[in-house]
Ligand binder design. Structure first.
Ligand SMILES: Nc1ncnc2c1ncn2[C@@H]1O[C@H](COP(=O)(O)OP(=O)(O)O)[C@@H](O)[C@H]1O
Ligand SMILES: [Mg+2]
Length: 209
């Protein structure tokens, strides 16, 4: 897969990706959640941590300050990472041993310009060796990563509600589609950390209380 990506292939701009599900809606499962604060984001990350395993790739999308690093910090904490998880913007990839027996890789490809630079990170190889990886701005480098991944898109839907975030999750490929019901069970309607509105609308956590 990487052979044809070693030439000069510029990465796409850093404009936020279109919300998941706007293309091919109905084909791709999308769960849209709205959380009111950082604690809500942490609960979503905690639910993801419950189903995350070695070899998994999570691509984080969202503008600067959307909460990609905060989400990763929460995920890492849930996985039992003892170290402080900091933004990997300059180091590109950080390695965190978890309590689950696999290493969590945290990458940020914001600064990269060429697809070949993403290839050089060798993330698919690390995943094959049993790591799990979270990649900020990951959709930009998706062609050099794995077709099988979970997309997580964070956004601030309301400039007045500073800590409110929309969080969209969408599975790509069998490993994630297979676990989708398990994720929905942890995040979907009913008792749980957040409210799922599968038809594309969104409610806040507070609406169901
Ligand atoms: N609901 C929320 N989810 C995530 N971050 C939040 C939330 N509310 C406030 N924040 C704050 O927004 C900032 C997000 O920054 P960061 O995670 O570095 O963004 P990114 O990595 O997407 O650029 C942090 O200061 C975090 O505390
Ligand atoms: Mg970040």
């Amino acid at each position: 897969m990487t052979d044809d990506l070693s030439g000069p292939v510029p990465l796409p701009d850093r404009a936020p990706a279109a919300p998941a599900g706007t293309a091919g809606a109905g084909q791709v499962p999308v769960l849209r959640l709205v959380v009111e604060d950082l604690a809500g984001t942490r609960r979503v990350a905690a639910a993801l941590a419950e189903v995350l395993t070695a070899g998994d790739l999570v691509l984080l999308t969202g503008d600067l300050g959307a909460g990609k690093t905060a989400f990763t910090q929460a995920l890492a904490a849930e996985l039992g990472v003892a170290e402080v998880v900091t933004s990997p913007t300059f180091t590109l990839v950080r390695h965190y041993p978890t309590e689950r027996g696999f290493v969590l890789l945290h990458a940020d490809i914001y600064r990269l310009e060429q697809l070949a630079e993403v290839v050089d990170l060798a993330l698919p190889e690390a995943l094959e060796d049993g790591a799990a990886a979270v990649v900020e701005w990951g959709e930009r480098g998706a062609p050099a990563l794995l077709d099988e991944h979970l997309s997580v898109t964070l956004a601030s839907p309301d400039p007045v509600a500073e800590t409110r975030r929309s969080i969209e999750l969408s599975p790509a490929g069998d490993p994630w589609v297979g676990r989708w019901p398990a994720l929905l069970a942890r995040l979907g309607p009913g008792p749980g950390p957040a409210v799922a509105v599968p038809d594309g609308g969104a409610r806040s956590e507070g609406d169901r209380r």
